[in-house]
Design a protein around this ligand. Sequence first.
Ligand SMILES: CC(C)(COP(=O)(O)OP(=O)(O)OC[C@H]1O[C@@H](n2cnc3c(N)ncnc32)[C@H](O)[C@@H]1OP(=O)(O)O)[C@@H](O)C(=O)NCCC(=O)NCCS
Length: 183
Amino acid sequence: MRIEEKEFLLPNGEKVIIRSAGPEDAEQIKDLRETTSAETHFMARDPEDGQMNVERVRAVMDATAKSEREFMVTAFVGDQVVGDLGIMLIRPHVKYLHRAYLGMSIRQKYTGMGLGSFMMQVALEQAKKNGFEQVELGVYADNARARHLYEKNGFKEYGVNPRAFKLKDGTYIDEIIMVHFFE
Ligand SMILES: CC(C)(COP(=O)(O)OP(=O)(O)OC[C@H]1O[C@@H](n2cnc3c(N)ncnc32)[C@H](O)[C@@H]1OP(=O)(O)O)[C@@H](O)C(=O)NCCC(=O)NCCS
C-alpha cells in the first residue's frame, strides 16, 4: 500500500514531501541505501558488500506498493530521496501476521532535525491501522541517537544479540532488539 502524502518542514524552512516510494523510485532508493551504508556503520550493509541490484530493489518496491499491509514512508526533497522507513511483515505465515519489522535511514545531512521522529509517527499510526499488533526492530548498541528516538516512541528493549555485528577493524557490536506494542 501507499500512505497518504504529507509535508514536513525542516527548521530552515525547506519542504520535505513524505509519501511511499514505489518501483518508479528504485534508482533513488538504491542511491539512498548505498549512501547511508557508507555514512555510518549503523546499517546492515557495508560498502564492501558491493552495489545493490536495482532490478531487485524495484521488485521489492513493487511488491510493497501492492501489499495490503506493508508500506514505506519515504522522504523526498525535490527529486532526491533523503530518508526511508519500511514496515514489513516478518514472515507471511499465519502465526506471524501480528508482527511488523521496521527499518529506517536518513542521509546524514538531514538527520537531527526532527524528520526521523515525524516519519516514525506516520509509520506507527499506519501500522496500527493496517492491523499490526506490534512493531519490532534491531539497532546497533552504540547507535545512541536511534535508541533515543525509538524509546521516545514507545519501543522497549527486550533482548540483546551479543556480537551481532563485526566491523572491519575487528570490533564487535551487540544488537539491541526492541518492540513497540499497540494496546
Ligand atoms: C537514527 C535516525 C533515523 C534518527 O532520525 P533523525 O531525523 O536524525 O532523528 P530526530 O532528529 O527526529 O530525533 C533525534 C533525537 O535523538 C536525540 N539525539 C541526537 N543525538 C543523540 C545522541 N548522540 N544520543 C542520544 N540522543 C541523541 C535528539 O536530541 C532527538 O531527540 P529529541 O526529539 O528528544 O530532542 C537518523 O539519524 C539516521 O537515519 N541515522 C543514520 C542511519 C541509522 O542510524 N539508522 C537507524 C538504524 S537502526
